[in-house]
Design a protein around this ligand. Sequence first.
Ligand SMILES: Nc1ncnc2c1ncn2[C@@H]1O[C@H](COP(=O)(O)OP(=O)(O)OP(=O)(O)O)[C@@H](O)[C@H]1O
Length: 298
Amino acid sequence: MTQNQTPAVALHGVTKKFGAVEAVRGIDLELHQGEIVAFLGPNGAGKTTTIDMVLGLSQPTTGTVQVLGMEPRQAIARGLVSAVMQTGGLLKDLSVRETVQYTASLFADTRAVDDVLANAGITGIADRKVAKCSGGEQQRLRFAMALLSDPALLLLDEPTTGMDVEGRRTFWSAIRRDAEQGRTVLFATHYLEEADQYADRIVLVSKGKIVADGSGAEIRALASGRSIRATVTDVDTEHLAALGGVDGVEVRGDSVLIHAKDSDVVARYLLTETDARDLEITAKGLEDAFLSLTGNEE
Ligand SMILES: Nc1ncnc2c1ncn2[C@@H]1O[C@H](COP(=O)(O)OP(=O)(O)OP(=O)(O)O)[C@@H](O)[C@H]1O
């Protein structure tokens, strides 16, 4: 894993059309070596289409895709790229170890089978038939297979689907260890929490475009403001709405919910001018940022 200056992935002006459908509408993105990047977005955002182009499975309509400074297919031919996709590719009658051994036999040079089983946390189920493995265990098996070639770039589509909490933790700590050695990881996900917790960087896509790119904290900061909730018997909603920085006021039974840029002004008013009690102030979270940036607000 040399050439640290070369981006692991470089997309420039990439678009992809399927007939009249514009699945990707102009993506520019560079991933640095050793980064763990979440490709986060709602259904149909263009994540899989983009990953397929990085894997050389399809060509962009316009623009260029490079992997470690090469054409994707060239990088794959050199064993520099592995992918863990969600479905397919497993023979039910083989055991976990046999599956990995069989895959290893297809490559000229691979890591030791026992090492990748250990890395993927499946040594304990190595003799189990694939047919008897749970969905999460099968995902870990696919992960072990992807580690055989010790790839510089690992692409993962919804990698932890079906894994329990412990499985996820083991999976992500293995990914983190490898990234520290220089492996770049790009994973597509719908899970905000997973992106926030495990990625160094979140690339938020919507309708074929990147709408935000940064750390979880940076993206959260894009949804500025606070929500203030209080129990109150009689409140002058017009007065509240007219306070500086208030974006919205909703009355729900005996409570009021206010969205505001400056929660102090609202809190002061509620506590000094009304009989409001049980005040709760919450910062807007990643989910709010996600919804407002992807235009999926109700
Ligand atoms: N082969 C194809 N032919 C026609 N349209 C396609 C094809 N592949 C994808 N699309 C369309 O392109 C858009 C982007 O799809 P894509 O699968 O890349 O989204 P995604 O972000 O991966 O979604 P999901 O999270 O649901 O997997 C969608 O509108 C999809 O219907």
